[in-house]
Design a protein around this ligand. Structure first.
Ligand code: S3P
Length: 449
């Protein structure tokens, strides 16, 4: 049902310039939300451009377990026949969310105000991640959760029979927590209010409006205040999923560091709550042009033209962290090839992602000859310049797709090949990574060096 199948090493080595067009898959965050809101709407939601990564497939199966009908019509072309707000049925078995923190946290929210019980689990990575950040606010609605020590999966959530609406200020900048609260608020009477001190990705808000919910958003001194009116009738929609900026980050980074490269990455979401990496790369001296800006599926998108560039280390402002939280692994990989230090602060959340990403990047970069400094919520990569990274090491990908892809990008410009011990997690978010990168001419292949 979930998991990444058999593990296999992958290796990246220096080669010719990258060229061509990189059509990256659909956005993972939006794909999860399309499945979940489709399952809570009345009628048939059609989704095009869906990411067919393992994380989203696990969410699709979960929606079937809660009573929705999910059909695949062709590549990226899916439909979901929903059960209506509050219409979830009790699943007959444990819900396995695989590797996906987004999947499990959003689904817990979506079922927490319906009087059913569901038990959730996931892979070894997901079973280490904290769920209390979601079950604490869900308890305010009247839901109860019983998990392992530290709020870890497996965990059983008993939905509230008589939910009450909630006013909740996010203690961490997390779109997953915000979304879990909003999805729970759908089946509570009255107004559910979420206050986020720092803006996080706003796909849930955009999509809830698209499905017909009433949502008011105000910016005030406390941050963003989001007010959802409960118990709306959600109406099935057509959702066109834009391409994922977090996946685009990998070919973009690769083109910047492989001399002579010139690639096009079309139709990438430029949602301001997601585009912090591109801002940072431009500050580092990256030659990226944002062509043909337009709106697709309710999101701003552009075609990215990327040419190899001499990069200089920068200090990334902490208030940009939420808008590029998944991009720090690849940023730190290419920071190693920049001139001078790149300083990343306010990034404590990286410690509770699919792996402890500060530790995973620090250990892997050190093994490849790069000097790192780190603290609980910061790290500094001392760049060695475009020809300065020795490489030559095998790095543990730790069941973390973005760690695996970040080190494969590094290997394209390091002096000796870089190997990751397991490339299989890449399928969670970017199942076509290997052929897409090979199609650009990147020296990425299966096997050890
Ligand atoms: C996501 C939110 C982020 C991000 C994750 C996807 C989402 O997590 O890291 O990959 O779709 O809401 P947090 O909200 O916990 O920071």
């Amino acid at each position: 049902m979930s998991g990444h199948g058999q593990s296999f090493p992958m290796t990246a080595r220096r080669g010719a310039a990258l060229s061509g067009t990189a059509e990256v898959p659909g956005d993972k965050s939006i794909s999860h939300r399309a499945m979940i809101l489709g399952a809570l709407a009345v009628g048939e939601t059609r989704v095009t451009g869906l990411l067919e990564g393992q994380d989203v497939l696990d969410t699709a199966r979960a929606m079937e377990a809660f009573g929705a009908t999910v059909t695949r019509h062709g590549p990226g072309d899916w439909s979901v026949r929903g059960v209506g707000t509050g219409g979830f049925a009790e699943p007959a078995d444990v819900i396995d969310c695989g590797n996906s923190g987004t999947g499990v946290r959003l689904i817990m929210g979506a079922m927490a105000t319906t009087p059913i019980t569901a038990t959730f689990t996931g892979d070894a990575s997901l079973r280490k991640r904290p769920m209390g950040r979601v079950t604490d606010p869900l308890a305010l609605f009247g839901a109860r959760a019983f998990g392992r020590a530290g709020g870890r999966l497996p965990m059983t959530v008993v939905g509230a029979a008589d939910p009450v609406p909630v006013r909740y200020r996010l203690p961490v900048a997390s779109a997953q927590v915000k979304s879990a609260v909003l999805l729970a608020g759908l089946n509570a009477p009255g107004e559910t209010v979420v206050i986020e001190p720092e803006a996080t990705r706003d796909h849930t808000e955009r999509m809830l409006r698209g499905f017909g919910a009433h949502l008011a958003v105000e910016d005030g001194p406390e941050g963003r205040i989001i007010t959802l009116t409960g118990q709306p009738e959600l109406v099935a929609q057509s959702v066109a999923v834009p391409r994922d900026p977090s996946s685009a980050a990998f070919p973009v980074a690769a083109a910047l560091i492989v001399p002579g490269s010139d690639i096009l990455v079309p139709g990438v979401s430029q949602n301001p709550t997601r585009n912090g990496l591109f801002t940072t790369l431009v500050e580092m001296g990256a030659d990226i042009t944002f062509e043909n800006p337009r709106e697709e599926g309710g999101e701003p998108v552009a075609d990215l033209r990327v040419r190899a560039s001499a990069l200089t280390g920068v200090e990334v402002p902490p208030d940009r962290a939420a808008s590029m939280i998944d991009e720090y692994p690849v940023l730190s990989a290419i920071a190693a090839l920049a001139e001078g230090p790149t300083v990343m602060r306010g990034v404590k959340e990286l410690r509770v992602k699919e792996s402890d990403r500060i530790d995973a990047m620090a250990r892997g970069l050190e093994a490849n000859g790069v000097t790192i400094e780190e603290g609980e919520d910061w790290f500094i990569v001392h760049g060695l310049g475009p020809d300065g990274v020795p490489g030559g090491a095998t790095v543990a990908s730790r069941l973390d797709h973005r760690i695996a892809m970040a080190f494969l990008v590094l290997g394209l410009a390091a002096r000796a090949p870089v190997t990751v011990d397991d490339g299989s997690p890449i399928a969670t978010s970017f199942p076509v990574f290997e052929p897409l990168m090979q199609g650009l001419g990147a020296g990425i292949s299966r096997g050890a060096a």
